[in-house]
Design a protein around this ligand. Sequence first.
Ligand code: FDP
Length: 305
Amino acid sequence: MGQMQTRLKLDEFLRLNAPDDLAALTAAVARASITVWDGIPFRSGLLKEVNPSGDTQKAIDVYSNEVYTEALVSTGYAAEVASEEMEEPSKAKGEVSVAMDPLDGSSNVETNNPLGSIFGFYRKPLPTSGRNLAGSLYVTYGNVITLTLSFGKGVHRFVALREGASMNFELLDVNLKLPEAPEVYGIGGSRKEWIAPVRTFVDSLEERGMKERYCGTFVGDYNQVLARGGIFSYPALVNKPQGKLRVLYETAPMSFLNEQAGGYGSDGTMDILDIEPKGLADTSPAYIGSASLVKELERMISSAL
Ligand code: FDP
């Protein structure tokens, strides 16, 4: 019988590799993610007749927003917590500005496709550019719960494992990098709405033997790009030139992490990290993944302008 391997626990990793504030905020997200995940069957309307706490059922996105906001604020390190679920950020007394998408892909609940959560830790008040990110992370609630993070020194992944009555995150992968040869792509919106260069580019991906893999949750779709290499996009649409995804909450944090994995994220003309959003909910087209593919598409978009 092989010996049981001891894996590094998230708390220990954070103690060794993160400044105190980001360590505390990340640990709070990790704990809260288990609460959110536990709540999905009850809060999402899947079990219509069940109401475990006896209180009024809240939509799962409102619930996850509350759980994460409370967890982040209670660390004492958050200056503000902003998300699309709140008109105004929740203000607090710390120094890190947190922008989050507390439940990404909530329209996937009924179909049991993956869901996710995204967090960006900014060193300046919001709204601000992705260049002021000190770290970011995303949670996947799929077959397993994972937490993938970067504090600017590589990308590392943890998995939630049961230990008695609780779940704890333990190290799964260090220094994740996008594979050299890209395999998959996933593009949001519908083909007829995509701007012309995106359509031409996607046709060429098929010709190169890449496979379409699209689950409809940004986190899930990006997560497979990180594992297999390729490109995720919610592109500029003919009637929606600014796309759908929010810069502060979604694309800048993921782009920060993707860059740490050796990739590149563009809005079609520039690095997503250089966008200076004017409002909290500003959107931009997003092309994120393997650097060579994203740069190629960026050139095609620029020459079509
Ligand atoms: P959702 O509206 O379900 O929250 O963030 C928005 C998002 O999901 C992304 O997770 C996803 O990539 C995109 O919308 C999917 O949009 P389409 O259905 O238009 O492809």
